[in-house]
Every structure is written in structure tokens, then in C-alpha cells.
Design a protein around this ligand. Structure first.
Ligand SMILES: Cc1cc2nc3c(=O)[nH]c(=O)nc-3n(C[C@H](O)[C@H](O)[C@H](O)COP(=O)(O)OP(=O)(O)OC[C@H]3O[C@@H](n4cnc5c(N)ncnc54)[C@H](O)[C@@H]3O)c2cc1C
Length: 293
């Protein structure tokens, strides 16, 4: 199918982008990598009257550390993270994720920020962003807001970005020493969305107890979901096999997937637990903590 008719703008600056978004309000959609928006338009699931293409804004194509944060600009492609030595050496959870989003062709164009803005219930970046306690910088013509990821992901295909606004960057706190993470995903074949997914990020204290932890699951509800009970139970203790099993059970309990060709509700609930267990084990093992299997 062909998309419904639309007007197309390709602004040359962020200021021009904001003017266009303010002018067209709810009629306008930002076009980043186009890997979700263009297919949705072709199937007429989305019918924006105006597209504001940000692909000329090269100044938004950054991945950089500053002020204790890793900032990923709105035009940074998934492939840029996959090829980044900084991400590979210091952000294992992000590095894991960057290698399993869609396929290499999609990752060449798709952006991390675009994926968060699309907020597909089976998307990968939202799971990792929750576990990492990311923040999204959102700008409109009247100012800039910094939105914690838990507030950003409102509902399926819905976020805190309001009419007239653009998401400028996503910020991931730079991991303190003794931090690691892992992303686990099962998919029917390479390039498919997750049947089930889980992310874990762990910081150990000097005494070997868990100082900070983030656990999230994907394809298990309207949006990526924080497994808050498991986080609370593991924070402050030394990891044990039983604690990891309990975290997996907590994920099974709150997972609320839908049945589809990828699997039944029962299968996906069970996989949410299995993958949380695997993500925790992998993260602890990357921190040199073994004997948990
Ligand atoms: C074959 C295929 C397989 C895929 N598999 C996976 C997968 O396994 N896992 C996965 O997570 N994703 C998958 N995707 C989706 C892909 O990762 C998309 O790239 C991503 O969801 C959206 O990023 P984008 O830059 O292409 O955004 P676009 O398609 O350009 O935009 C998506 C939505 O976000 C909005 N948006 C984009 N950027 C901004 C911004 N800066 N500010 C405000 N709004 C914005 C747009 O208006 C639109 O509503 C797949 C896509 C395809 C085509």
C-alpha cells in the first residue's frame, strides 16, 4: 500500500524544526530513521498530515559522555552504538542491546531515541532504558524538560513527548565502578521483535552486596516493565541462587503478555522469568561473581 498524502519538511536547524512542530502541532510527526514510521504509514496505521524529517540535523548524531552521563542524540543510529568502543568497553547492557535490535540493515537507519519515542511493547531499547534508569531530554518551543524513563513510557505507542515537542537525546547514567549488565532476548529468527526480553544492570558495593540494580522485561505488557519487587529484594544483599530464582518468579508474576504468533501467554510469562534469571546471572558473572547457577 502507499501512504496517505502528507506534506514533507526537511528543516536545516533545530530552531526551524521547533517552529515547524509548533506550527503543525498534532498534525506533525518527526521522521528519524523511518524504520517504524514509514512501514506504519504504508499500512495506513499512521496518517500524519505533515512529516518533519530531522535527518539533516547532523548535530544530533552524537554518542558522548559528559557530566556523569552517556548522551545519545536523536540522530544516533543503532549501528553507531554497535560499533562504538566506548559502548563496548563501558556499557555492556547497551552493547548487548545494540547487537540484537532488528537486523543490521534496520540498525543502519533506526535510532535509539526513535525507538523510545515509538514505544513498541516489544521494542528493545525501552527495556534497557528502564533497567539503566535513563532520562530523555524533550524540547518544545517553550523550553526543555528532562523526563525519567519510568514517566516517559506512558502506554503502547505513547510517550511523554507532547504535541510540538521533539525528544533531543536519551541519557544513561555512566556506570560507577563494579557495574555490569546484560540484555537477553529470544526471537523467532534474526531481525524479529522479541518474543520475550529482559535487561539487568547491577552495581556492587565494596562488600560485595548489591548497591544498585535495575531489572526490566519486554514483550510482557503494554510497555517495557520494571520488575520493582525483584530490584528491592536484591538491593543490599549478596546474590544467591535462591535470590535469583525469586527475582525470576517476580518477573513471571508481573509479566502481562499477549498471545500472538510468537507464543502463548503462559510461554511468554515463563520466558520473562527465564530471561530475568539469565540476565542477572550474566551480569553477576561479568562482575566476577560465580557459583550462582
Ligand atoms: C524489519 C524490522 C524489524 C525490526 N525489529 C525490531 C526489533 O527487533 N526490536 C526493536 O526494538 N525494534 C525493531 N524494529 C524497529 C526499529 O528498531 C526502529 O528503528 C525504531 O523502532 C524506530 O526508530 P527510527 O529512528 O526508525 O524512528 P522512526 O520510524 O523515524 O519514528 C518512530 C516514531 O517515533 C517518533 N520519533 C522518532 N524520533 C523522534 C524524536 N527525536 N522526537 C520525537 N518523536 C520521534 C516518530 O514520529 C514516530 O512516531 C524493527 C523495524 C523493522 C523495519
Amino acid at each position: 500500500m502507499f501512504p496517505a498524502p502528507f506534506d514533507y519538511h526537511r528543516p536545516g536547524s533545530l530552531d526551524e524544526t521547533l517552529v515547524l512542530l509548533a506550527q503543525y502541532g498534532g498534525d506533525a510527526r518527526v521522521l528519524a530513521g523511518g524504520q517504524s514510521l514509514i512501514p506504519a504509514m504504508r499500512f495506513r496505521l499512521a496518517r500524519p498530515a505533515v512529516l518533519v524529517d530531522i535527518n539533516q540535523l547532523d548535530e544530533l548524531a552524537y554518542v558522548r559522555e559528559a557530566d556523569g552521563m552517556l548522551a545519545i542524540g536523536a540522530l544516533a543510529r543503532d549501528a553507531a552504538l554497535e560499533r562504538s568502543s566506548l559502548i563496548e568497553s563501558s556499557y555492556p547492557l547497551l552493547f548487548d542491546t545494540s547487537a540484537v535490535v532488528a537486523d543490521p540493515v534496520v540498525r543502519q537507519m533506526g535510532t535509539v531515541v526513535g525507538s523510545l519515542c515509538h514505544n513498541d511493547p516489544s521494542g528493545d531499547w525501552s527495556v534497557t532504558a528502564l533497567a539503566s534508569r535513563a532520562q530523555i531530554v524533550v524540547r518544545g518551543s517553550t523550553g526543555t524538560r528532562v523526563v525519567p524513563i519510568d514517566e516517559f513510557l506512558v502506554d503502547s505507542f505513547s510517550t511523554a513527548v507532547a504535541e510540538g515537542e521533539i525528544a533531543l537525546e536519551v541519557r544513561f547514567p555512566s556506570p560507577p565502578p563494579r557495574t555490569s549488565g546484560s540484555y537477553q532476548k529470544i526471537e523467532r529468527k534474526v531481525g524479529d521483535f522479541a518474543t520475550s526480553a529482559a535487561a539487568a544492570q547491577i552495581t556492587l558495593g565494596d562488600d560485595g552486596t548489591v548497591a544498585q540494580i535495575g531489572i526490566a522485561i519486554g514483550a510482557a505488557g503494554p510497555t517495557a516493565t520494571r520488575v520493582a519487587d525483584a530490584e528491592s529484594a536484591l538491593r543490599g544483599i549478596k546474590p544467591t541462587k535462591d535470590a535469583i530464582r525469586a527475582a525470576a518468579d517476580a518477573a513471571r508474576k508481573i509479566a502481562d503478555p499477549v498471545a500472538d504468533p510468537r507464543g502463548s501467554v503462559e510461554f511468554k510469562k515463563d520466558m520473562a522469568g527465564v530471561l530475568v534469571g539469565r540476565a542477572l546471572l550474566a551480569a553477576f558473572e561479568r562482575l566476577g561473581v560465580g557459583g550462582l547457577r
